[in-house]
Design a binder for this molecule. Structure first.
Ligand code: ACO
Length: 371
């Protein structure tokens, strides 16, 4: 078979890997995570349970969850040198670039960097999960010249993460909503960022480098960067009428509407978006701002009518973050922090059963030229 015959632009529909981690079953509208349905998990367990499941292939007992919680807390502190470097970054540095830099610096403090064994990779995953939230939150504070916020071990993992961003201890409802966003962002089969990490890991490069590659991938607006763009659109629209007008105007200008469409779900609603829609409605009951929810619904209706497209996760996660008081520039970094466990699980799986990724091309350039 010639390479021309097998070329699929964007690798659409191409099977890139075997995995026991997750699978998008579009037919049954299930996101399968190690045998469980992600949406059911997101309603019944916590982000830490999901972390344990992704790392160990089974849900934890209470003792196992408590141990994981303690292991993470033992690793919360990030090196002072790293925080100093974050403060020295140019103030215009994009928050995803700061995060990418922070994770790279962290690699320099890792004593097991080149040990790709299962055990060492798991220990490194714990360290990354413990420290990435602090880098996310404090690169924002460093940029604004506001004080660095130290992690608090008396709070749950998710409550501490949100606290480090906003400076306020969240209410129970806020903590639960935030925890649920971390769950729905945690793992999603083979998106561009996970593929990037697996490609990097397949050279036997380390988990920090693979995660750094993921950050660069996730930054793009066609991927994780969409959640920030969604919120900017909602703020620009301001009202129900404004939302309808803005989307129609953008469509007329042949612009893509952020937060809609998905390579795998295509013309179906992303199950994670449906869950976030419910979470948004719940939050508006405590915090008011029902108009924000109604604007999202109007946008959803316009897109269904005009383009036959449905919301993806980013569309409804963005207003949830807004109501949680999270600055917009931190939305995509939070996505990466939540996805760290998914990416690390894939890197661990890649290292455990590795074959170098090295595809071929369909050459379209000239030949037989001479200098
Ligand atoms: N707004 C308007 N039109 C769209 C959108 C959109 N959001 N998404 C797809 N389309 C249109 C395209 O213009 C194209 O139309 P055409 O055939 O007339 O040219 C058609 O639908 C197919 O689009 P593709 O780009 O080929 O579809 P693909 O599967 O490559 O794209 C993607 C998926 C990138 C997510 C796309 O839907 C998009 O750009 N969405 C907006 C960005 C976004 O929300 N990203 C978040 C992804 S989910 C996540 O990361 C959690």
């Amino acid at each position: 078979m010639s390479t021309e015959q097998t070329f699929r632009p964007g690798l659409e529909g191409v099977i890139a890997s075997e995995t026991g981690i997750s699978y998008l079953d579009v037919e049954s509208e299930q996101i399968v995570i190690r045998g469980y349905d992600l949406i059911e998990l997101s309603k019944k367990v916590t982000y830490l349970d999901l972390v344990f499941l992704l790392m160990n292939d089974q849900l934890p007992t209470k003792e196992e969850r408590d141990r994981l919680d303690q292991e993470l807390k033992n690793e919360y502190q990030v090196p002072d040198e790293l925080l100093s470097i974050l403060k020295m970054l140019p103030k215009q540095t994009d928050s995803m670039d700061a995060l990418r830099t922070g994770i790279s610096i962290l690699a320099g403090f890792e004593n097991e960097l080149d040990d790709l064994s299962l055990e060492a990779n798991r220990r490194k995953t714990i360290r990354l999960l413990a420290k990435v939230p602090s880098i996310v939150a404090n690169s924002y504070h460093a940029k604004l010249n506001t004080p660095i916020i130290a992690p608090r071990s008396d709070l749950s993992y998710s409550a501490n993460f949100l606290y480090m961003i906003t400076g306020h201890v969240p209410s129970l409802l806020e903590m639960k909503a935030f925890d649920q966003t971390l769950m729905v962002y945690s793992e999603h089969e083979m998106p561009n960022s996970t593929f990037a990490a697996r490609v990097i890991a397949s050279t036997t490069s380390d988990i920090y480098g693979a995660l750094t590659g993921s950050v660069a991938s996730l930054k793009g607006k066609l991927h994780g960067g969409a959640n920030e763009a969604v919120m900017e659109m909602l703020l620009e629209a301001r009202t129900l009428e404004g939302m309808e007008m803005l989307i129609n105007q953008k469509l007329k200008n042949k612009e893509r509407i952020m937060g809609f469409g998905h390579r795998v779900y295509m013309k179906k609603m992303d199950p994670r978006a449906a869950l976030m829609k419910e979470a948004l409605l719940e939050l508006t009951k405590e915090k008011g701002n029902k108009e924000l929810y109604d604007m999202c619904v109007i946008g959803e209706e316009v897109m269904k009518r005009e383009k036959g497209l449905y919301p993806n996760l980013d569309y409804y996660a963005a207003p949830v973050y807004y109501l949680l008081g999270i600055p917009i520039s931190v939305y995509t970094p939070i996505f990466l922090a939540a996805r760290t466990i998914g990416v690390c699980a894939h890197v661990i799986e890649q290292h455990a059963n590795n074959r170098l990724f090295r595809p071929r091309v369909n050459y379209t350039g000239p030949r037989n030229l001479h200098p």
